[in-house]
Design a protein around this ligand. Structure first.
Ligand code: PXP
Length: 285
């Protein structure tokens, strides 16, 4: 039997049935960038990501995530400053490894900074950080953040190489990129293939997609196990939604999920509180 509790540590528990059960304790983190996306579509001051903070907390979220992009396409500096100041939940600030951005993050002092790759042309973050090519730059960024008592997470692809380099960089967390898994899942089970956003390179037979999906999940699980061996805490995120999330949440080495798009998309129909509660309920499966 698997139970999910939020905000606590991984442990062994007694469920009152006479058996000792594993208890998987998973933090649910809500990425509220997409509220700012909607605001920026009109270039006005509504909706305001700040209005989401109390609702996220009441709905049971464990952490707020925002991404201060170099191009400021959604979250702006004043949003980041206000969210970090006013949130009663810890704030995970995603950012690039650009020195000017790291300096800003050190002044803002979120509880965690997640370093992500950034490319101006992309619609959203595409893939994990290349720790090999940018090792020295990332090392400097990690050291600077640590000097400022900000814990660090690296958004990485789930490979041995990236985990070994993460260990060398002495970070507290890695966030495993689940975007490829989510894309394959959407093409296989989500009807994405029948829309104008069909992913050309994944227009494969169902048999091939199934094989690929199994491979993606195995890689994520293997990476999470290796991270645990290195004493690095594991988060996961990108493209997780109400259809695919349990395939990832059942990997017991993963302690936290970062989810944005699917929760904010559902909230258009159900309201934000229900959208978060619906997701939390799925994590109990
Ligand atoms: N994790 C990271 C590092 C991200 O960049 C994003 C997207 O902002 C997410 C998680 C959330 O992804 P999604 O919006 O697809 O749930």
């Amino acid at each position: 039997m698997i139970q999910v509790f939020t905000g606590l540590e991984l442990g062994i528990g007694y469920a009152g049935t006479g058996e000792i059960n594993f208890i998987v304790l998973l933090n649910q983190c809500v990425n509220i960038d997409h509220i700012a996306v909607l605001r920026e579509a009109r270039k006005i001051n509504d909706p305001n990501p700040l209005d989401a903070l109390g609702i996220c907390k009441l709905a049971g979220a464990d952490q707020i995530t925002i991404h201060l992009r170099e191009d400021r396409r959604h979250i702006h500096d004043e949003d980041a400053k206000n969210v970090i100041k006013l949130s009663t939940l810890p704030v995970n600030l995603e950012c690039s490894i650009n020195k000017d951005i790291i300096d800003i993050v050190c002044k803002l002092k979120p509880s965690r900074a997640t370093l992500v790759p950034e490319n101006r042309e992309e619609v959203t973050t595409e893939g994990g950080l290349d720790l090999k090519s940018n090792f020295e730059k990332i090392k400097k960024a990690v050291e600077k953040l640590h000097e400022n008592e900000i814990e660090v997470s690296l958004f990485i692809d789930p490979t041995n190489d990236m985990l070994e380099l993460s260990e060398q960089l002495q970070v507290e967390w890695v966030e495993l990129h689940t975007g490829t898994f989510a894309n394959v899942y959407a093409m296989l089970h989500g009807n994405l293939n029948n829309t104008h956003h069909s992913i050309k390179e994944l227009e494969l037979s169902r048999k091939e997609l199934k094989k690929l999906l199994t491979k993606c999940r195995k890689e994520i699980k293997k990476a999470a196990i290796l991270a645990n061996k290195f004493n690095i805490k594991v988060a996961a995120g990108h493209g997780l939604n109400y259809q695919n999330v349990t395939k990832i949440s059942r990997i017991k080495q993963i302690k936290e999920l970062n989810i944005g798009q699917s929760i904010i998309a559902r909230s258009v129909f159900t309201g934000l509180k229900d959208a978060i509660v619906d997701m939390k309920n799925l994590l109990k499966d």
